[in-house]
Structure formats: structure tokens, C-alpha cells
Write a protein that binds this ligand. Structure first.
Ligand code: C5P
Length: 223
């Protein structure tokens, strides 16, 4: 194991959802189970990489053999990712909440007869886009695009907009059963175009991705 092709490589992986507090008992979240991210962490570690696994509150436990950094919010995830850089590669499998409360309330919001609470939101930082444009940019930056329509078109545009090298696009329409399920059907989008992978288990997707990462990074010490 310690002699795999990723030995000597440091790789940051984000995984899971984030939870954005509304008040002490409520939060904004999403349906990410963290299964695909955990499988990717495991597959990279199995090829010998040193994996810094930055995870939100996922349903699936983090894999063995990685350095786990547990966070709740997008802001915490961002800080942990920057802290973990520099790295040879970064894989952003987390489903980061797009929005957070402008001001999370310190006390539980009470139901009152005189109207609904003010839940004004603001945008979370885009961790992937920031890292891809930043001074510590890893040589290989990989993002995910969970789409429900026009999957390849949207993901191709997203790759350009975010400045990442690869995007793994997946169709998360409820009918696919992918979100929270065991299988995944992804399309790998690189500068060479789109490559549809057959539907397979999330573990198999992760192994295939880890092998591609190893190939792209090449042997340690090579240019
Ligand atoms: O824009 P969208 O959320 O669809 O982009 C998905 C990709 O960007 C994923 O790789 C996700 O981990 C990353 N992302 C991020 N920070 C955000 C939003 C998304 O790193 N705030």
C-alpha cells in the first residue's frame, strides 16, 4: 500500500455537506451523504497518497488512512482547505451550501403571531474557485458538478468558470437514485472533452479517479 503510485503525494479532499446555522437548533443543509468523497479519500490513500480529508457532517464515516479535519460550515471548510495547502492535487467532492444566514441568531427563533422570521441570506465563498485562482493552486484541481439537467453542457461551463482542470459531472435527478445511493454515473470533463463512464459503484468511480490522478501527476520527482 505504502508503495503505490501516489506515495509522496499530498492530496486535499473535501467531502460531505456543510451545515449553516440559522439559530442554535436549526441549520441549512443538503442531501449529500459524503459517500463519494469518502470513497475518493480511501482510493487515494490506497494508492499511497497522504490525504487531508476535510469533511462536513456526513452520514458516511471518513475512511481509514486519511488525516480527517472535521468542519461544520463552509467558512470552516474554506479555512481548513487553505490551512492544508500547498498540495499536489485537490479534489472538491463536498456539497457546500450555497448560502448562509447573513447573521445567524444567537437564540432560538420564536414563532410569533406577527409574522415570519427574517432569514436574510448571503452567499458562501466558492472554495474551489478561490483555490483554483489562488497562489497555492495545486497542479491538479478537480471539481464535481451535481446537475439535474443539461449535465455535460452545464458542467463544461462550470469547469471554465471555476478554473478547475477536471470536473466530474453527475446527474442527481431524484429518478437516478444517485444522491444517497450506492452507484454513480459520471462524466469526466477535461481540456480534451467529455468522457462518460458507465454507471458503477461509488467505490469504483473513486478507484478510477484515483488512477487517473496518479497518471496525471506522474512519478514523484518528475517534472
Ligand atoms: O457551483 P457548484 O456548487 O455546482 O460547484 C460544485 C463544485 O464546486 C464542487 O466541486 C464543490 O465541492 C465546489 N464548491 C466549493 N465551494 C462552494 C461551492 C462549490 O468548493 N461554495
Amino acid at each position: 500500500l505504502g508503495n503505490g503510485p501516489l506515495r509522496g503525494r499530498r492530496i486535499v479532499v473535501t467531502s460531505g455537506p456543510t451545515h449553516e446555522p440559522i439559530d442554535p437548533v436549526r441549520y441549512i443543509a443538503n442531501r449529500s451523504s459524503g459517500a463519494q468523497g469518502a470513497a475518493i479519500g480511501a482510493a487515494l490513500a490506497a494508492l499511497g497518497a497522504e490525504v487531508i480529508f476535510v469533511t462536513g457532517p456526513a452520514e458516511v464515516p471518513p475512511p481509514a488512512g486519511v488525516e480527517v479535519v472535521a468542519v461544520d460550515t463552509a467558512a470552516e471548510m474554506r479555512a481548513a482547505v487553505h490551512e492544508a495547502l500547498p498540495a499536489d492535487a485537490a479534489i472538491f467532492a463536498a456539497a457546500v451550501a450555497d448560502w448562509r444566514m447573513k447573521t445567524a441568531r444567537a437564540e432560538k427563533i420564536k414563532k410569533t403571531p406577527d409574522g415570519l422570521p427574517d432569514l436574510a441570506l448571503e452567499e458562501n465563498p466558492d472554495i474551489l474557485a478561490e483555490v483554483a485562482a489562488g497562489p497555492d493552486r495545486p497542479g491538479l484541481v478537480v471539481g464535481f458538478a451535481a446537475e439535474t439537467e443539461n449535465v455535460v453542457e452545464n458542467a463544461t461551463a462550470k469547469r471554465a468558470r471555476k478554473g478547475c482542470d477536471w470536473i466530474l459531472a453527475n446527474d442527481v435527478s431524484p429518478a437516478t437514485g444517485i444522491m444517497g445511493g450506492r452507484d454513480n454515473a459520471v462524466t469526466l470533463i477535461t481540456d480534451e472533452g467529455a468522457e462518460a463512464w458507465e454507471r458503477m459503484g461509488k467505490d469504483a468511480v473513486a478507484r478510477r479517479l484515483a488512477e487517473r490522478v496518479a497518471r496525471a501527476l506522474g512519478p514523484v520527482g518528475a517534472a
